[in-house]
Design a protein around this ligand. Structure first.
Ligand code: F6P
Length: 331
């Protein structure tokens, strides 16, 4: 089969995630090994619109596999959601002679890539796009795992372990808010891993009395004098939860919003390895002329999905992890 893709653009878009750099490195190095040129697009779709690019070779991705953030920078571009914005982006693709794009980010990033490819087709041009899922939220329907999740969990756990030291000394209650946008994957895995007294996630409607007050009371009756309540940001503010705890139990919790610290840091083994495999698979897809695809994971294996189908997929939030938490925390 003749290889039609000769020069590809690579970009990171949306919220950054640890491991994005490992994915960029894998794309560039795989492309070079396949005789495909690579151009780095800076600042996501914003950069594609404005012609903000950097040529990339094997050495331009040296010493980045262990770095958090993204060397290509990232942005959320409103302009790209418009046809006019994408028209400008296609102008940049034409100018640079790009026939493929690897877009690393969340499902908004993939929607943008698909819209761009379709607009190119409407003009009689071929622009093959491939998406790589990267977000600390792990909330992309088509992929069991997204790059950055494991590192973010470990960062949150490390912070909460530190909080626990001081909460234990002062015999206090800690209410910690973790990221995750509208999803509770991060909060639940972190909550299990820190042995939280209670975890509140958006996927499960909670009853304050039975899900927060009673677990704290039971722990107190069992002799525990410090309590850890983990709140997913999708549930609401940790400050409100702390206020309700004070009103209903009469203890004075301390609130910590972990915030963007969860997005930084050196990527874990899992994130580097997944990103490397996904980056490799993305370029392989392009050289095999399989465009408009998403590289995802299913039970740890890399899979190559049609982008439109991938965007329609949902990931059912199973309650098995919540049951583990309940069994281990309510005594
Ligand atoms: O999607 C990643 C994420 O960190 C979410 O967990 C969070 O809700 C959001 O991005 C924060 O976005 P921003 O960095 O634009 O404030």
């Amino acid at each position: 089969m003749e290889q039609t893709v000769k020069r590809i653009g690579i970009l990171t878009s949306g919220g950054d995630a640890p491991g994005m750099n490992a994915a960029v490195r894998a794309v560039v190095r795989t492309a070079i090994s396949q005789g495909v040129e690579c151009v780095g697009i800076r600042r996501g779709y914003h950069g594609l619109i404005n012609g903000d690019f950097m040529p990339m070779n094997a050495s331009s991705v040296s010493h980045i596999i262990h770095k958090g953030g993204t060397v290509l920078y990232t942005a959320r571009s409103k302009e790209f959601t418009t046809e006019e914005g994408r028209e400008k982006a296609l102008g940049t693709c034409k100018l640079l002679g790009l026939d493929g794009i690897v877009a690393i980010g969340g499902d908004g990033t993939f929607r943008g890539a698909l819209a761009l490819s379709r607009q190119a087709t409407a003009h009689g041009n071929d622009l093959q796009v491939v998406g790589i899922p990267a977000t600390i939220d792990n909330d992309i329907g088509c992929s069991h795992y997204t790059i950055g999740f494991d590192t973010a969990c470990n960062t949150a756990i490390e912070c909460i372990d530190k909080l626990r030291d001081t909460m234990q000394s002062h015999e206090r209650c800690s209410v910690v808010e973790v990221m995750g946008r509208h999803a509770g994957y991060l909060a639940l895995d972190v909550g299990i891993s820190v042995g939280a007294t209670a975890v509140l996630i958006p996927e499960r409607t909670f009853d304050f009395e039975s899900d927060v007050v009673e677990p704290i009371r039971k722990a107190r009756l069992a002799g525990v004098t410090h309590f850890m309540v983990v709140v997913a940001e999708g549930v609401g503010s940790a400050v409100d939860i702390a206020r309700r705890i004070q009103e209903e139990i009469g203890i004075d919790p301390r609130v910590t919003v972990l915030g963007h610290i969860q997005r930084g840091g050196t990527p874990s083994s899992r994130d580097r390895e997944t990103a490397s495999r996904m980056g490799y698979a993305a370029v392989q897809s392009l050289v095999e002329n399989r465009g408009n695809r998403v590289i995802a994971t299913r039970d740890g294996s890399i899979v190559n999905l049609d982008m439109e189908e991938a965007l329609a997929m949902t990931k059912p939030f199973t309650m098995d992890r919540y049951m583990v938490l309940e069994a281990l925390s309510r005594h």
